[in-house]
Design a protein around this ligand. Structure first.
Ligand SMILES: Cc1cc2nc3c(=O)[nH]c(=O)nc-3n(C[C@H](O)[C@H](O)[C@H](O)COP(=O)(O)OP(=O)(O)OC[C@H]3O[C@@H](n4cnc5c(N)ncnc54)[C@H](O)[C@@H]3O)c2cc1C
Ligand code: SF4
Length: 468
């Protein structure tokens, strides 16, 4: 059989008589090639950028001979812009959506029965299927992405908009992880889009980097670093040890960004990379949650979760628990980053500029608390010296730390009496957070959707009632 995708499954297969494990499918670079490259570095750092460039040449993707098309390997500079100003959605065609058939109905029936019988417990809402589940569907999804959405992918790859759950992302992680699309076929189709003049180079390069760069890199790191990698905890974070079944109570979360992202996970089992990394992961790391429990939380909540991809992404990339193997500095940021890259903050009861006080942004205050907790370690990391210098310039660090200890690890919520007031106000046709009139209130401008604190009172038509 083909190489399994987790240590547990590999052990199981190896214990079976007369089973031969064949090379893995579904990745561009073969495992022995990665090993040769990594072993040959002679103690130098493994860098995604080096791996990615080799992969481009080895597979002949966006290259002329051994040179990159357009002269540059990395067009990140042209990508990663904030969202366009004054819009609530990107100007891009919707993703391809599956048409559910009788097989979907049967599966749903089976799942409902198992849940009724107490055999399984599911997370999130039962909504329309969003991801390709057959080869034919996956090909259609790829086609729609390359022809209609990839041209817009690059510039806003990292941006978040409250009213746009999908932005210009591909939604291809699940079908690729299921083996319905081969990553080389995917990047070759993206390259074709560029060569035919329909896809700007920055978007094509940004996407190719994700697929034969990051995706492959993560797969190989999982195997190369060994089974103990999942237990790494370089920052000694021990909070929230028990993850359990995720409670996706977005309506109870007062921080607009966190509420929206948790709501997306509840509705779709999916968010794009930046909400995973800079909202969910960042929040957990700032509060010192146990990386293994965070991995478990992600694993249970996301549709594309496999052990090989969750472990490096959560333990390494998002929690910095591998001490810097995957990323030279932690992906930690305060509210300023989220404010720059999204439209969340203007609809939030907190203020991204404030670290102290009732409306102190939990991300901003959490960021300084995190830097303070690891000050000595970060002072030795040249990529973190600026953050440490910034910390040393603050006169109120002790008060911020004390405040965050008092706020604890709970999701930042609405003070109870404020919710009570809001409930009264909403019945009279509007919702205002007392003292925050100028900053909005956590409710979508259209008054609907899931950001209202009082879900039952103003649930948007056609949506599932919020789980509580
Ligand atoms: C904390 C955290 C957890 C994650 N968990 C998963 C997971 O369980 N399964 C999963 O497939 N991806 C995971 N990712 C990576 C990435 O966020 C998703 O692959 C991506 O958001 C899926 O949406 P998309 O298909 O629209 O991606 P796009 O933005 O369209 O990107 C294209 C493709 O690139 C690949 N890719 C990009 N970045 C990564 C990465 N870091 N690791 C692996 N593949 C990558 C994916 O296959 C993705 O489909 C995680 C990232 C973080 C920070
Ligand atoms: S102010 Fe802080 S909590 Fe609110 S949306 Fe912005 S970053 Fe998130």
């Amino acid at each position: 059989m083909c190489h399994p995708t987790s240590y547990g499954a590999l052990r199981l297969v190896n214990d079976l008589p007369d089973v031969e494990v064949l090379p893995a499918r579904g990745f561009a670079t073969a495992m022995p090639d990665f090993r040769r490259w990594a072993d040959g570095l002679g103690g130098k750092r493994m860098l995604l950028e080096d791996f990615y460039r080799r992969a481009r040449v080895a597979h002949g993707v966006l290259v002329e001979g051994t040179d990159p098309v357009g002269g540059k390997w990395n067009l990140d500079h042209d990508n990663r812009e904030p969202p366009p100003k004054g819009v609530t959605r990107l100007d891009v065609t919707d993703p391809w959506w599956p048409e559910e058939d009788e097989i979907d109905a049967q599966v749903r029936e089976d799942l409902d029965r198992w849940e009724r019988d107490g055999d399984v417990q599911f997370v999130g809402d039962d909504g329309p299927r969003r991801f390709a589940a057959t080869r034919a569907e996956a090909v259609q999804a790829l086609e729609r992405f390359v022809t209609e959405r990839l041209p817009v992918f690059g510039p806003h790859e990292d941006a978040m908009l409250q009213g746009d759950d999908w932005m210009a992302h591909s939604l291809l992680s699940a079908p690729m992880n299921l083996g319905l699309l081969d990553p080389l076929e995917v990047v070759q189709r993206a390259e074709e889009g560029h060569r035919s003049g329909d896809v700007p180079l920055a978007s094509a390069e940004g996407f190719v980097r994700q697929v034969i760069g990051w995706r492959d890199y993560v797969w190989h790191l999982y195997w190369y670093t060994g089974e103990e990698y999942r237990h790494r905890n370089a920052l000694q974070h021990k909070g929230k040890r028990r993850s359990g079944s995720p409670r996706l109570d977005d309506a109870e979360i007062g921080a607009a960004c966190l509420s929206d992202v948790v709501g997306d996970v509840r509705e779709h089992g999916w968010t794009h990379h930046i909400p995973r990394l800079m909202v969910l992961g960042n929040y957990a790391m700032q509060r010192g949650w146990d990386p293994l429990a965070v991995t478990d939380w992600f694993h249970r909540a996301f549709v594309d979760g496999y052990d090989w991809v969750m472990v490096p992404n959560v333990v390494g990339m998002s929690q910095h628990a591998d001490g810097g193997l995957m990323a030279t500095k932690p992906y930690a940021a305060g509210g300023a980053y989220i404010n720059k890259m999204s439209d969340y903050c203007r609809g939030c009861r907190y203020d991204p500029r404030k670290r102290l006080g009732e409306d102190a942004c939990p991300f901003t205050a959490g960021y300084w608390t995190f830097i303070d907790r690891h000050r000595d370690r970060f002072a030795k990391n040249h990529r973190m010296t600026q953050a440490v210098r910034g910390l040393d310039r603050l006169s109120d660090v002790a008060a911020v730390v004390e405040q965050e200890q008092a706020r604890g690890s709970r999701a930042p919520d609405w003070p109870r009496q404020q919710v009570a007031q809001a409930l009264v106000v909403v019945e009279h046709g509007g919702l205002r957070s007392p003292g925050h009139e100028h900053r909005g209130n956590g409710v979508r401008p259209d008054g609907g959707g899931r950001h209202d604190v009082v879900g039952q009172a103003v649930a948007a038509p056609g949506r599932h009632a919020r789980g509580r």
